[in-house]
Design a protein. Structure first.
Length: 875
């Protein structure tokens, strides 16, 4: 009998707890019924996604409700107006109903710790009295306003254990946080708050108060603060002192802020004070500091002495005259345009980017830092720039000289021997070099010798090449310096003096040392080259340039003969009148070309179309030959003839990826090998020493463990890391840049996943790195398992995407224009290395960038309409 009573009691108790819940809103119930193991609408005590309607009776009972610890009600298509029935979720700890216009009495939920009620733009009743909440997210929420306006025990002050508070909206004008002593994270945005009392916030770790009306901010009591964002306010004063845990500070676009003092903030890593009105910024001895953005201020002084771990500085549009980077050995990038610099010198690495354009007072620049190939450097519109110091390397010297020509600087010298800058004690060796053509000693009537190369040995050592003017100016340090002119054919000339030794400060600076170059004997030496100014395309005009030079030591006259295939090429015009023309040859005469004088002929040819006879098609090679001749024997006939073999091209990308099986694959290959070939071509102007082909494999479509390299054009190694990153490494390939030899490839096979089905599509693309250049992204090779062959659609390019915040710290948000579907996301650092990849990004709107180091990055978005990219800063 006792057992029967016990059973009846149990059944009665179970029936009460298993009662079906009546909900006050159909969308509320629908959301609960739609919860499953993947969508994250509901979670259990362990944080696992769960099905709420566990018995699948299309009802929710009290027992089922008691198993829910997390509930996501935000983002539903139908608005939830009423949360009646929520009282049965007695174990609920987290409730998110962002954007819903709900009436809710949450008082029965005694275990509730976190709510998100933001975005409810219409006032509804929200009762959270008596709850032991630890987190309230209520940005743009009207329902929370009664608690913020109530300074009594039933207001916001009742939540003494609150750790996270997010508020915002233009209805918010004041708030009292005195009783909220447990706060760790506080966010107040887009409000009308003018003051914020944080004197009791000793536990506060993160403060976000962007886009308010704050006029002052006192953080001196916030000893545990680690991060502050306070952009777009009206600050006149910010007090920051003795904040040992502060790591990042972002207070940009506060135009009324004219001063900032950072006293005892030893762990500060990132500072962003963009677009304020600061005149002085002392960041000395902040050894943890890595990134600074102080652009668009009124700075006359930026002190970073002792901040030895700095990686990135953006200080454009200021009034800075000096910047001491001598201890910044890890430096990666500098944006310092539109300032008042007279000199800049880099000692550590500068591996990412240097832009010092529009510094009208800049006279001296040193990028001699042991890094032969600078990734990117810009110094446009620096009209007073006189000296650029580079590493002792022909490629780097040539790169800088090409930029000097591009910027049309006529009096800017390149050197490689400096360990100094004009701000120190320095001395100048200057002078000119002329050719003694009449052998009676050099005087002002003799022509200059352009682009003479000097070797410097001594206290300052290196190589120097002067400009076209024939004048030089070399700054050096104190000590003894031996300067020696270097000629291409030294037996053609004698140089007086052969070397010069100058000692500073014993001799007066600037010290003038002229060099006289006198012909020795008689040497006739002409050379000719053809430069393709344009690519050759079927049916189009293309420009070419013949450059010819007198390398000998006597004046010469002669002719240049240019030979081409008249059947497929038509001569159009030239900037120099020809002396004769035959069926397939044009001849130009020249007279009295002086030693070391260069001349140019620019001409245009038109190629046949593919419909002409004979036709010119993509892949055809145009052979163009130029020969220079005079009446006398040439000392070096090998360079008297030059042949250009130019490949005819169309609108194609030579760096591509192909699935060898095709775009349509039979279902029999599901779970079997498919084969890929990645081709690359060095289209640069120097040999590529190292090439890396990087492939991010979609693990949902491919079994990476089955990847097998099958063939290549050059020796290589394969490296697989970071879960799905494959790198084919061609070390010291030294791939030439001429059309006949600048191609390469790598091929591999890999199995598709066995759970793919007919109709599934899989795609793959690669990034190709030529040395340290920005990677080239191949096409996406897309294939589909089908029983019939269908055409591949062709999408046009579009690039309408928005990123925010930028700079970003934890999360980078992406907004896309309607009608554009994102396919994949990739983030690269400024060396072109892929650091984050999201292959299937159709519904992705945020990216976690918290693990990235501070610095500059580039995001590439591939969509159904094409690709686009944008730089952003991680701080």
């Amino acid at each position: 009998m006792k057992k029967i009573y016990f059973l009846l009691l149990f059944l009665c108790f179970y029936g009460l707890n298993a009662q079906v819940i009546t909900f006050g809103s159909t969308p509320f119930k629908d959301r609960l019924l739609s919860a499953n193991a993947t969508n994250g609408f509901a979670k259990d005590i362990n944080g696992n996604n769960i099905v709420v309607d566990s018995n699948f009776d299309k009802e929710i009972n009290a027992v089922e409700a008691s198993k829910v610890y997390f509930l996501e009600l935000g983002g539903t298509k139908s608005t939830i107006y009423n949360l009646m029935g929520i009282e049965f979720f007695v174990n609920l700890k987290t409730l998110n109903f962002y954007g819903q216009r709900v009436t809710a009495d949450l008082r029965p939920l005694k275990n509730l710790e976190r709510i998100n009620c933001g975005g409810d733009l219409v006032t509804k009743d929200l009762n959270i009295n008596g709850l032991n909440l630890k987190e309230i997210r209520a940005e743009s929420s009207l329902s929370i306003m009664p608690y913020l306006l109530d300074n009594g025990p039933t207001g916001i002050s009742q939540f003494a254990n609150l750790e996270v508070l997010f508020l915002g909206g233009d209805r918010l004008e004041t708030i009292n946080l005195q009783s909220l002593k447990s706060l760790k994270t506080l966010m107040i945005t887009r409000s009308k708050i003018k003051s914020l009392d944080l004197s009791n916030q000793t536990n506060l770790e993160f403060l976000y108060c962007n886009n308010n009306l704050l006029t002052d901010l006192d953080l001196t009591s916030c000893k545990n603060i680690a991060g502050v964002e306070a952009n777009l306010n009206n600050f006149t004063t910010i007090l920051m002192k003795d904040l040992p845990k502060l790591e990042y500070l972002r207070i940009s676009e506060n135009s009324t802020l004219s001063a900032l003092s950072l006293v005892n903030t030893p762990n500060l890593k990132s500072l962003d004070v963009y677009k304020c009105s600061l005149t002085d910024l002392n960041l000395s001895n902040l050894v943890a500091l890595e990134s600074i953005n102080c652009s668009n201020n009124k700075l006359t002084n930026l002190n970073i002495k002792g901040s030895i771990n700095l990686l990135n500085i953006s200080c454009d549009n200021n009034l800075i005259k000096e910047l001491d980077l001598s201890l910044c050995k890890k430096f990666e990038s500098l944006y310092a345009g539109y300032n008042k610099f007279e000199s800049l010198e880099f000692y550590g690495k500068l591996g990412s980017y240097l832009n010092i354009s529009n510094n009208l007072n800049l006279k001296y620049l040193s990028i001699k830092n042991g890094i032969i190939n600078q990734s990117s450097i810009e110094f446009a519109n620096c009209p007073n720039l006189k000296y650029i110091c580079v590493d002792e390397n022909d490629n780097e010297i040539a790169t800088v000289q090409n930029l000097i020509k591009t910027y049309k600087y006529t009096d800017c010298h390149v050197n490689s021997y400096c360990n100094f800058h004009p701000g120190e004690d320095y001395f100048v060796i200057q002078g000119s070099q002329r050719i003694d053509s009449n052998k009676n000693g050099c005087d002002n009537s003799d022509p200059f010798y352009p682009n003479l190369k000097f070797n410097i040995v001594g206290a300052s050592s290196g190589t120097f090449v002067n400009n076209l003017s024939g004048n030089y100016s070399i700054p050096v340090l104190k000590g003894t310096h031996k300067i020696t002119p270097v000629l291409e054919n030294p037996w053609y000339f004698s140089v007086t003096p052969a070397t010069a030794t100058i000692v500073f400060p014993a001799q007066t600076s600037p010290y003038t040392q002229n060099f006289c170059i006198t012909p020795v004997g008689t040497y006739r030496d002409l050379e000719v080259t053809i430069l393709p100014i344009d690519v050759a395309r079927p049916g189009f005009d293309a420009k070419y340039k013949i450059v010819y030079k007198n390398k000998g030591n006597v004046v010469q006259s002669g002719s240049i003969k240019f030979v081409f295939d008249d059947a497929i090429l038509e001569y159009v015009s030239s900037n120099t009148a020809f002396s004769s023309k035959s069926v397939n040859a044009i001849e130009w005469s020249f007279t009295a070309i002086q030693p070391f004088e260069s001349r140019e002929i620019v001409f245009t040819l038109k190629s046949n179309k593919p419909t002409d006879l004979p036709a010119v098609n993509n892949g055809d090679v145009l052979k163009l030959t130029a020969t220079i001749a005079s009446q006398d024997k040439d000392e070096s006939p090998i360079d008297n003839t030059f042949t250009l073999n130019q490949v005819v091209v169309g609108s194609y990308d030579p760096n591509d990826k192909t699935c060898l099986e095709g775009s349509v694959i039979t279902p029999e290959l599901i779970g079997e090998y498919v084969h890929y070939m990645i081709r690359f071509e060095n289209t640069g102007t120097f040999a590529a020493e190292n090439i890396v082909v990087k492939d991010m494999i979609d693990l949902s479509k491919f079994d990476l463990t089955t990847l097998v390299p099958t063939s290549s054009s050059h020796p290589f190694t394969t490296k697989i890391t970071a879960g799905n990153k494959v790198e084919f490494i061609f070390e010291k390939i030294n791939l030439p840049f001429d059309d006949a030899n600048n191609d390469g490839y790598v091929a591999f096979k890999i199995k598709t996943r066995s759970n793919l089905r007919v109709g599934d599509t899989f795609a793959n693309e690669a990034n190709i790195y030529f040395d340290y250049n920005f990677p080239i992204l191949t096409n996406k090779a897309t294939s589909t398992f089908k029983t019939v062959t269908l055409g591949t659609p062709d999408f046009e390019f579009s690039n309408y995407f928005t990123l925010y915040p930028n700079p970003a710290n934890h999360t980078l948000n992406i907004n896309s224009k309607e009608g554009i579907e994102i396919q994949s996301l990739s983030i690269y650092d400024m060396l072109g290395q892929l650091v984050i990849a999201v292959p299937n990004a159709k519904s992705v709107s945020t990216i976690d960038v918290s693990k990235l180091s501070s610095g500059n990055y580039f995001i590439k978005i591939k969509s159904d309409k094409g690709s686009s990219g944008m730089k952003f800063i991680k701080y």
